[in-house]
Design a protein around this ligand. Structure first.
Ligand code: 5GP
Ligand code: MN
Length: 333
């Protein structure tokens, strides 16, 4: 163990020293968040610990296969924990209502890979170089010699796969493939994961895609692309806000586009934005930060109050400023 980084040793010591745990993740959980939470919770339970696993928002349909025993629950007030572990959450606020329900604790561990992480824990392992939190959880479990069972391998593989865009994002590094390879060797069910996560879209999502393709807009020499998801679009298509993960890739992946943005109506005067960048010169996390949000250089988000059109104008203007600063407004062709 002595060759392990100090921070990992500290986390393992803290886990060994406590008995009651709550493993928590961010609002609108994604594959990396729930994969990390579930694997860690299962590991703690295998060690004889009392571990709960809480999320404010429900598990998106495509990840339900990872949690057949419904380990993930909504938070309850009045519980007491020795140790709370947050995974994949850049700020304490991102835990949403879970944050209020885990106040009675001795220690808060924060394990994350967001550059913008505010280091809100008592112990913080923030590794922005890691493409997923699941990769960090894998390293933690291996270092602590916790067993990685097949269901845990499924959870971690899902986290690694979804947060790397199926091993495509530039954050993907040799270690990512080693981790993924070892998880497959330990029994991760690739066929099941690919089927459930990538090849089982509900029809409602296809209807939402139709809406996306017929309404998306391009601006600034096709360098900026965006579309809106209004409440009525969800009602009309039967889709849920939890099922929008990955829609933004459809405009991000257009060749001239450098920055993609999705505007989602939360309330008439509250808009959630998702941002993606395809250029290492354009850091969308700093754009999101201008609106009180955060994330990674290539993927970020924020929730912004104001009239929808005004929000759109301000966000597009902020993206434009960054593109102009980096001289990325001219057509390459
Ligand atoms: P998505 O667009 O997929 O919702 O989020 C992209 C990335 O930005 C994720 O890593 C997510 O954690 C982060 N993110 C999204 N919304 C917010 C926000 O409101 N605040 C912060 N700090 N990060 C966010
Ligand atoms: Mn993540």
């Amino acid at each position: 163990m002595s060759s392990q980084p100090k921070i990992i040793r500290k986390l393992i010591e803290s886990i060994r020293a406590h008995q009651t745990f709550c493993v928590v993740g961010h609002m609108r959980p994604d594959g990396d968040c729930v994969g990390s939470q579930l694997a860690l919770t299962l590991a703690l339970r295998n060690e004889g610990k009392d571990a709960l696993c809480w999320n404010q928002d429900p598990l998106p349909q495509k990840y339900r296969f990872l949690d057949p025993d419904r380990i993930i629950e909504q938070p309850k007030a009045g519980k007491k924990f020795d140790c709370v572990i947050a995974t994949d959450a850049a700020t304490f606020d991102r835990l949403g209502s879970v944050g209020e329900c885990v106040q009675d604790r001795q220690v808060l561990l924060n394990i994350d890979h967001h550059e913008s992480n505010t280091r809100y824990g008592d112990v913080n392992w923030v590794s922005a170089k890691s493409p997923s939190t699941a990769e960090l959880i894998y390293r933690l479990l291996r270092a602590g010699r916790f067993a990685i069972t097949k269901p845990m391998a499924d959870c971690l593989f899902t986290g690694v796969s979804t947060d790397t865009g199926s091993f495509q994002y530039p954050t993907t590094r040799p270690a990512t493939y080693h981790v993924a390879g070892d998880l497959v060797a330990r029994g991760a069910n690739l066929a099941l994961i690919c089927d459930e996560v990538y090849q089982s879209y509900p029809l409602s999502r296809a209807r939402l895609l139709k809406h996306l393709y017929s309404t998306f807009r391009l601006t600034d020499n096709n360098r900026i692309a965006y579309f809106w998801l209004k409440k009525k679009d969800f009602t009309r298509t039967g889709a849920e806000s939890a099922d929008t993960e990955g829609l933004i890739d459809h405009i991000r992946d257009i060749e001239p586009v450098i920055v993609a943005c999705v505007f989602e109506e939360v309330e008439p005067e509250l808009t959630r934005i998702s941002l993606r960048s395809k250029s290492h010169l354009v850091n969308v996390s700093t754009i999101a930060a201008q609106f009180g949000g955060g994330g990674h250089s290539a993927a970020a988000g924020a929730t912004i109050p104001g009239k929808p059109l005004s929000v759109q104008r301000r966000v597009v203007a902020a993206i434009r400023r960054v593109l102009q600063e980096t001289h990325q407004t001219q057509c390459k062709n």
